[in-house]
Design a protein around this ligand. Structure first.
Ligand code: PEP
Ligand code: MN
Length: 341
């Protein structure tokens, strides 16, 4: 699915849509009401832009979609024949807002796509999906658009893929779309993020497309021209989730068995390590010594890093795993210290 971040003019909408219709997309998107971070930014054209969406639909035959954030948006979108609604990330965080939208959908069966909340809370995302499902909406999709964080980062919104993967684990039949534009925030990351999503078995990709991205009234850095969209789309590789090839199935099965065995070993080693932490806790307690020994922790981290790097592990992974193990050791020692003799 593709289209401009915001509907800006009828010409912009039609030009984009004509190109996209030729490239082949399933859904045209355009924001009509824009949830902008700062006041006095361009906040969308509103109802007039819905007329342009209707023109796009009749001229190109594309199904059209827009963001709704309250009951009156829903009413207007339905009035102008919008085919699919989406709930934005800033709305998903608010149960009141999602409930208002759900209530306004009573008796209407229109597909609804629900973006993840801006904060990394899978239960809030699920809550929003459940509210819409309770309104008897039959076709629901989740859109993964990444999560806010403080300060600049590689991505505009951190993907935190694990959250979307967890959603898919809990709801295996839910359609999952990756909004690569809002995760990336910049053009050079769009393709990589979209390909990663496809490799994780996502069902579709959403990308923001504008005839003149640098002049766009919202999200200029992440929008691409229809030609760039066509090029990215042609390079993306859709790999099936499964294969009937017996040789493939056998190798996968064997690799997975080996992995499961290693996981078991890792867990039993961790349990042994925690047993040692309990003993150290006892030792420290008897000698009245504090738990955290900063120098020892620095040494552990340095040694793990050196050894892990030599084994080809990623430095961030080494740090994360060392921190998690160290934190749990501290928790265990703390428990031992706290217990009365
Ligand atoms: C959008 O899709 O243009 C948008 C505002 O997205 P999000 O809700 O993900 O910020
Ligand atoms: Mn946008």
């Amino acid at each position: 699915m593709a289209g401009p971040c915001s509907a800006e003019s009828e010409e912009q909408m039609l030009e984009t849509a004509r190109h996209l219709a030729q490239t082949g997309i399933d859904l045209f998107r355009a924001g009509v009401w824009k949830p902008r971070t700062q006041p006095n930014s361009f906040e969308g054209i509103g109802e007039d832009a819905l007329k342009w969406l209707a023109t796009v639909k009749s001229e190109t035959g594309l199904a059209v979609s827009t963001e709704v954030a309250n009951a009156s948006h829903v009413e207007l979108a339905l009035k102008y024949g919008v085919d699919v609604l989406w709930i934005g990330a800033r709305s998903t965080v608010s149960p009141f807002t999602v409930q208002e939208i759900a209530d306004s959908l009573a008796g209407v069966d229109i597909p609804v796509m629900i973006k993840n909340p801006i904060n990394p809370d899978v239960r809030l995302w699920i809550g929003a999906i459940e509210r819409i499902a309770k309104a008897n909406v039959q076709k629901i999709a989740a859109i993964h658009r990444g999560f806010s964080s403080f300060g600049p980062g590689h991505f505009r919104n951190q993907p935190r893929w694990q959250i979307a993967i967890e959603l898919k684990r809990l709801f295996p039949d839910l359609t999952l779309i990756c909004d690569s534009s809002h995760i990336s925030g910049r053009r050079d990351l769009l393709e990589e993020v979209a390909q990663k999503a496809l490799d994780l078995n996502y069902d579709g990709i959403m990308l923001e497309v504008h005839p003149n991205p640098d002049q766009a009234l919202s999200d200029p850095q992440q929008q691409i021209t229809p030609e760039e969209f066509r090029a990215i789309k042609s390079r993306l590789i859709f790999r099936p989730a499964d294969s009937e090839n017996p040789h493939f199935k056998q190798s996968l099965e064997s690799l997975r068995r080996q992995m499961d065995e290693i996981d078991e070993e890792i867990l039993s080693l961790l349990a042994r390590r925690m047993g040692l932490a309990d003993e150290i806790g006892l030792c420290k307690k008897e000698n009245n010594i504090s738990i955290l020994q900063t120098r020892r922790w620095s040494e552990i981290l340095e040694r793990n890093m050196e050894q892990g790097l030599a084994m080809g592990l990623n430095p961030e992974f080494i740090t994360n795993i060392s921190k998690a193990v160290h934190q749990e050791s501290i928790n265990r020692q703390h428990e031992v210290m706290r217990k009365p003799d």
